[in-house]
Ligand binder design. Sequence first.
Ligand code: ATP
Length: 236
Amino acid sequence: MTAPALELIDVHAGYGSIEVLHGVNLVVPVGSLVTLLGPNGAGKTTTLAAIDGRVAPTAGCVHIAGRHVNGSPTQRVARAGVCSIPEGRGVFPNLTVDENLLMVTQLHDDLTTSMVRERTFARFPQLARRRHLLAGSLSGGEQQMLAMARAIVTDPALLLVDEPSMGLAPVIVAAIYDVLGQLTAEGMTVLLVEQFAHKALSIADFAAVMSNGRISVFCEPADLEDVAGAYLGVTA
Ligand code: ATP
């Protein structure tokens, strides 16, 4: 049987002496999109950080494709195929679009500059027109697309995306979700943290709802929508 792309078993983690995750259990099957929803401060970003190595779990297990990675440095988790698009995009504002893209080839020997450009500009034609501009001069939506492009070209085994719609106009959010929807249709495995519950549920295979550092509900989106208001504390 194929191991899930990601499995968290009773994961505890926090900052210094303050525990934020109090026993998180979560499974992301290969080829699925799981959206992690919940109110501010529930621990969603901390969960992503415990997966990609920014925060070391104090207890429990993080398994990537069946391999135990707890406490591994971020580079080792990245080599296991985990790629993160952090809240706030994570692009280099003082480098051009092209330079941001080509940095990926430094970390991935199997990617050539022409492969990176070709794959990116086919999916995001507007980035081709902006390739010589500084990333910091792009709109928020274009920066999000650049961040997604940098992640997608590496063909990650697991893509972690933190609040991609944050601060963006609805029309741009729709474009970002079109891309996320295409990626899942192509078979990419994604864990998506989102405040925009309605959008995330429209493309998710499974929804996990977090409150107070634990997953309180895990189900298919159709089942969640019945109880969304009660669990999410937001309008779905
Ligand atoms: P949001 O949508 O507001 O980001 P979240 O569900 O992602 O919410 P987290 O960012 O994981 O929640 O935060 C969970 C708790 O951990 C909050 O109480 C937050 O204040 C605290 N926290 C987050 N980052 C740090 C940090 N670097 N140091 C100390 N406490 C932190």
